[in-house]
Design a protein around this ligand. Structure first.
Ligand code: ZN
Length: 428
């Protein structure tokens, strides 16, 4: 093994480090009261007397070890306060109205994360500094030209407030209750038909269809969902080796919607899982949703709907048709809706309670159903790529593992439940 010394690379790394250090605005405070546990009592906001912007004040009973501030989007400021234990009992917050739309707090292991979402009609540059007269931290928001703010914010990548979940650890389980082995071959044959042994994993979009492009067009939905789909498949192969995994695509190719449905039907799969990531016009919207399949039938053909790119919903209102909608029509089948709903709730529970994602809920697409599918199916909107923080999470290997492992656990639990029920009823 040889080591190559590259002075140019070293210089680049050094200056890059220096630039980062300056840009991230790290202020290490002199820790005057080492033993005092900082209590974050209040976050207040005031308009500046010079009319040039706002000041947000973090009222602290003792200094924190250090803090950082970044502004990864014109409307998102992220602060992190570092201290072994920051107490926020009874924290008071200013009324979240008038230019500052939302403040979200995240208690982390050794720090405290704060997301501040601004109204989109205000343009400010943020800078934080310690109050000279005490332990408070001040965040100055100075009005600036929109273009200047845009350029300023491009240097920052949003943080995602990791919850310290180990995706590999989360996959481990003590024991899977295995079905009893019956020596009677004929019975086994029947039982095998009732086994959950095939799953179709459908990564949305692909090839010339990138899906949504996320915040600042930094990513492509097709890449994010493929990565999550492949991880999910790998987890199933490793931890549920008796389940056959079929992908509608396992690389960057475009697959027609009809072909995705055909793959599912041909495989006689027990479950169809489609993976997508959301996009919205506002960067503030975030969270994951799980859809199960619709209820109502129609004589309209999928072709007509696709041509028109519109659809009548249950209220007879024409809506724009997304690829997700089409897929839901394709798969929906009234006989398996309750099963799809059950799985959707299991996935949502995992995403909310184990993966720590904000849940936007389980939704039924109560829309026109055209095709019947022979299996339950769900569609997971893993999160909003148009939210800078969620984009960072979903494009990271960590975030993709967390999402895949959450979906995996729900599928594993469903398989166990399914096989118990089916084996019981068939032996009756
Ligand atoms: Zn999509």
């Amino acid at each position: 093994m040889t080591y190559e010394f590259n002075p140019l690379k070293r210089i680049q790394t050094c200056s890059l480090f220096r630039i980062c250090a300056v840009l991230v605005f790290v202020f290490s405070l002199i820790n005057t009261s080492v033993f005092a546990q900082p209590h974050l009592e209040r976050i207040s906001k005031a308009e500046r007397s010079d009319g040039l912007g706002y000041v947000v004040r973090y009222h602290l009973s003792a200094p924190v070890d250090s803090f950082t501030v970044i502004q990864p989007a014109p409307d998102l400021i992220q602060m992190e306060l570092f201290a072994d234990n920051i107490d926020t009992t009874g924290i008071q917050m200013f009324d979240q109205e008038g230019k500052i739309q939302e403040v979200r707090l995240y208690k982390l292991e050794r720090s405290y994360g704060v997301d501040i979402y601004l109204d989109s009609d205000i343009y400010v540059k943020s800078k934080a500094y310690p109050d000279q007269n005490g332990s408070d931290i001040l965040l100055a928001l100075t009005k600036a030209d929109p273009y200047e703010v845009d350029v300023f914010t491009q240097q920052f990548l949003a943080k995602t407030w990791y919850l310290g979940i180990d995706p590999e650890e989360a996959l481990k389980i003590e024991s899977i209750p295995l079905p009893q082995v019956d020596p009677d071959a004929e019975y086994n044959q029947v039982r095998d038909k009732l086994k959950f042994d095939t799953i179709v994993i459908d990564a949305g979009h692909g090839g010339h269809d990138p899906g949504n492009l996320g915040y600042r067009k930094r990513t492509k939905e097709k890449d994010v969902v493929l990565a999550i789909a492949l991880k999910l498949g790998a987890y199933i192969n490793e931890y549920l080796p008796d389940v056959n995994v079929i992908y509608t695509r396992d690389d960057d190719t475009f697959v027609e919607l009809e072909e995705r449905g055909r793959i599912a039907n041909r495989s006689e799969a027990d479950l169809f899982v489609s993976i997508h990531a959301d996009g919205w016009t506002s960067s503030k919207v975030y969270g994951s949703s799980v859809f199960f399949l619709g209820l109502h039938r129609s004589d309209l053909s999928l072709e007509i709907m696709k041509e028109e790119n519109q659809v009548f919903n249950t209220h007879g209102v024409i809506e724009d048709l997304t690829e997700e909608d089409l897929l839901i029509y394709e798969l929906a089948h009234s006989g398996i809706i309750s099963t799809s709903e059950r799985i959707a709730y299991m996935v949502e529970d995992q995403l909310r309670n184990r993966a720590g994602r904000k849940s936007r809920g389980v939704k039924q697409m109560g829309l026109v159903v055209l095709y019947q599918a022979s299996m339950p199916g769900i569609l997971v909107e893993t999160g909003f790529l148009t939210n800078p923080s969620e984009q960072r999470f979903l494009t990271s290997d960590y975030g993709q593992s967390i999402m895949a492992s959450a979906i995996f656990r729900a599928i594993r639990d469903y398989k166990v439940e399914y096989e118990k029920t089916e084996t019981f009823s068939s032996s009756n």
